[in-house]
Design a protein around this ligand. Sequence first.
Ligand code: SF4
Ligand code: SF4
Length: 200
Amino acid sequence: MTLLETLPNSDTAAATPASPSGNFLQEVMDATPGDSRLAMCIQCGTCGGSCPSAADMDHTPRQLFAMIRADLREQVLRSNTPWYCVSCYYCTVRCPQEVHITDVMYTLKSMAIREKRYADATAPDLSQTFISYIEEYGRSFEFGVAARHQLRHHPFQLPSMLPFGLTMLSKGRMDLIPQHIEGIEQLQAILVRAKELEAS
Ligand code: SF4
Ligand code: SF4
């Protein structure tokens, strides 16, 4: 079976012109810091089977990587998959080929933002809100991310989310106030240095 035959029909039918470089796989690998090992993917599917967000994704990580190899640039950059990645790294630690899956997801998000190819126009803003909590507290703050995003982009949907939010709070699955991690100063220093390196 070829890689293309493992993809959903809609992806193959909608195949569009290839990457400008003619090699989208190489383009993604070049844009990912370090050695992503993306070319080593053997399509085993362990990543999708491990992913807590797989049910909401247009394509599993395995399918997305097959699409990258098949040079389906447009479909890959429009897929919601990287946006549903919550950076848990579960796939990355389980991948038998040590592919840096989470890093590749970040690369695809950056490319989609740069080329304005994301399906949900609010997605980059959600990502930025998430990052701002990581930079300030060293961890995500789900209540703040959801509340800030809904207020900014979908204020009329807030009342319908209240019961769910209250259940999460009452069961202790969500904090009401963000908490700093230990050693936040070291993390912030690392992030500052990483930004300096990225800019150089
Ligand atoms: S777990 Fe690794 S090797 Fe298997 S499909 Fe995912 S990226 Fe490829
Ligand atoms: S890092 Fe992203 S793609 Fe990997 S298992 Fe977690 S949510 Fe899924």
